[in-house]
Write a protein that binds this ligand. Sequence first.
Ligand code: ADP
Ligand code: MG
Length: 321
Amino acid sequence: MSPEFALIHKHFTRPVTNATLGVGDDSALVRITQGCELAISTDSLVAGTHFYPDTDPERLGHKALAVNLSDLAAMGATPRFVTLAITLPAVDEAWLAAFTRGFFALADQHKVELIGGDTTKGPLSMTLTVLGEVPAGRALRRDGAQVGDDIWVSGELGGAALGLAQVQGLAQRDNEGSQSALERLYQPQPRVGLGVCLRGVANSAIDVSDGLLADLMHICERSTLAAEINWQDVPRAQALAAFSEDRQLAFALSGGEDYELCFTASPSQRAVLSALAVGCGIALARIGQTQAGAPGVQVFDQHGQAIKLPAAGFDHFSATG
Ligand code: ADP
Ligand code: MG
């Protein structure tokens, strides 16, 4: 067996039960449930851009899969399969064992099967493609928001951005809740169950990967409407309380990587959503509403005054980076 195939065999080959054929052939084979559409999503993580090269590999394995599952959650899709193309600077057995430990722990939790991929040598990076199923016509899309919808967000925002600021030495890390901020950064929990429950309830959805303002703006653009947010209703990570109002705004509205779901729904769904929050064990906060108008997001304080906003979310190709 060639060293490359031995490595694939040892670290990436696991028995599959849902797929017809997994790792080891020229292609995987899967069957799609009748009446379902395939939801397909790809995300890359590049060392130095998305994570520090010395990041704990177990956390990295978790996060690489988590950010991809979050995209399926935002579509209301049930994750089924994943492929993993990984580029490694060298073969490091301990690193690979830890990476796959984190990866498969989350995969098992969501019953996702690794069915193929590619293994190459070069600067550390990984590209995953996840495949999920959603009943035909019922996916949660960015273009489905209606004028007059409530805007909702799950969980709390700003934790991951604060965690990153702590890692970068830009925020103190000794306040209450700073450990949970780091957890948010390293161990995001994709809201898969919630996404599935939102089918038929939400009109549109997106996952908060680049910051609430930037991500909600995508819904506005695709649905051709405007959004108003009430700042005091935005759920924030507890650790943010130690920071100035301006920094709280920046962490909670412009900071990325929380991987919560932002969605819109008719006001007639409020009772359904309250029950759903209890059922899923995930807090859901109603933070604003959509309006007719040019795509844009405005944020208001408790006095109804518009708040001047911090810069929008992260953009790899923006001039200011
Ligand atoms: P090919 O030469 O046909 O591209 P490879 O030697 O690259 O085949 O891969 C052999 C098998 O191992 C294929 O089934 C491929 O999908 C799988 N594979 C390779 N790398 C990975 C990986 N990192 N994770 C999962 N499966 C992998
Ligand atoms: Mg190959």
